[in-house]
Design a protein around this ligand. Structure first.
Ligand SMILES: [Zn+2]
Length: 408
């Protein structure tokens, strides 16, 4: 057991006998969630176009909120007055918040990192502001999220400046210490550390060792999904999971596409988040087992099937089964001019990813995850193995699954 107070328990359910995939139940303050898990991103306390009730109906029990946005609006005083983000958005389930640092560095061109924190100019009136590890934790304490993230020093994985990457890794460890010291509610909110170190495996190893010593309730692998080669991404995830304790959740931040998630699960990761399912819905894209289809395409104008056959989401399910029975043709006709089409597709896309990871978990528990991977790639690429991405084939081969061999 850990030395520090924690507001979660991690029940190990099963380990894949071939790959490094795991299945667990994570008990959080607002109820249990099943790992592995995909977490939708609700930037400003709402998933774009979806009500909390609709989000709940996708089977989501843990969503992301954005500390930077909540800190600006409604702001800390209002959050304190209301009693946190669960009450603000009437969401009875779990919330995870980021530190706010990444948004500043990525959104605000003038952000500058010093040992003290991240300096930036207010997007409202241009006044200089400073986000420190202490301020980030104080904001997240006011938000009341079940999982809170440390402020880290994030460098693009594509940066060639190894000195700066090393500095950022060590600074992230020092900032974790400041976050731990500033955290006022360790009994009700779980602070996760974030492993940094770019694509340098030695730096990642050193960071894992330092972070694991600090004994936070959960561990994130950060700084990825920034345009690095997928093969490099897989090496970092695989190296880190090999050094992390078995009995703590492992969250790979900002990932990703269905294949990225399934391969990362095989490499031993448990939690994922991405804005992609809702963002791509706004362009009319439906995520399915046979790939991502753009329903704005003329071919769908008279297609009266659902976004995906046999999909159990509110959008696709037939009215006689309590669903909306939305057709591809309807989304085709509304996607271009109405927001309704995008909202309906968001429901489908979020449900698809939640359900895909749920099915992956079932396969892990039943010791058939390798077969599950074979079948997923087979359907996704319509049986054409020459189209399988090399990085996925190589990464899976490294954990005992050869996608190119005939399936047994
Ligand atoms: Zn659906």
């Amino acid at each position: 057991m850990g030395l520090r107070p924690s507001a979660l328990t991690f029940d190990f359910i099963a380990k894949c006998s071939t790959t490094k995939a795991r299945a667990a139940t994570l008990h959080l303050p607002h109820g249990p969630v099943q790992l592995p898990m995909f977490m939708p991103v609700a930037t400003q306390a709402s998933l774009k176009g979806l009500s909390p009730k609709q989000l709940e109906e996708t089977s989501c029990r843990l969503c992301l909120n954005n500390t930077y946005h909540l800190g600006l609006k409604p702001g800390q005083a209002t959050l304190d007055a209301i009693g946190g983000a669960h009450k603000l958005q009437s969401w009875p389930h779990n919330i995870l918040t980021d530190s706010g640092g990444f948004q500043m560095v990525s959104l605000l061109k003038l952000a500058k990192v010093t040992e003290e924190g991240v300096r930036f100019l207010s997007p409202h009136d241009g006044t200089p502001m400073l986000l420190t590890p202490e301020h980030s934790i104080s904001l997240q304490n006011s938000i009341g999220s079940d999982i809170i993230m440390q402020l880290d020093d994030v460098i693009a994985t594509t940066s060639p400046d190894l000195t700066r990457i090393r500095e950022a890794m060590h600074r992230s460890v020092r900032w974790l210490d400041r976050c731990i010291a500033a955290h006022k509610k360790p009994e009700s909110q779980n602070l996760f550390c974030i492993i940094q170190g770019g694509l340098d495996l030695d730096l990642r190893r050193e960071c894992c060792k330092e972070m694991v010593n600090r004994d936070t309730p959960g561990i994130a692998i950060g700084g990825l999904s920034g345009g690095e080669a997928k093969a490099e991404y897989c090496k970092v995830v695989n190296t880190c999971t090999g050094l992390l304790p078995d009995h703590k959740p492992r969250y790979v931040m900002g990932v990703g596409y269905p294949e990225d998630i399934l391969v990362s699960i095989a490499l031993g990761a448990d939690m994922f988040d991405c804005v992609w399912p809702t963002r791509t819905a706004r362009f009319g894209n439906a995520i399915t087992n046979t790939g991502t289809h753009n329903l704005k395409n003329a071919a769908y104008a008279y297609d009266f099937g659902p976004a995906e056959e046999d999909c159990e989401c509110m959008c696709c399910r037939k009215p006689e089964n309590g669903g909306l029975g939305i057709t591809r043709a309807y989304i085709h006709h509304t996607a271009a001019k109405e927001t309704a089409g995008a909202h309906l597709l968001s429901i489908h896309n979020v449900h698809y990813l939640l359900d895909m990871v749920r099915r992956a978990r079932e396969a892990i528990v039943e010791q058939r995850y390798p077969e599950f991977l074979h079948r997923h790639f087979d359907r996704l690429y319509a049986g054409d193995k020459s189209k399988y991405p090399h990085w996925a084939v190589d990464a899976l081969k490294g954990v005992g699954v050869d996608l190119m061999s005939p399936q047994h």
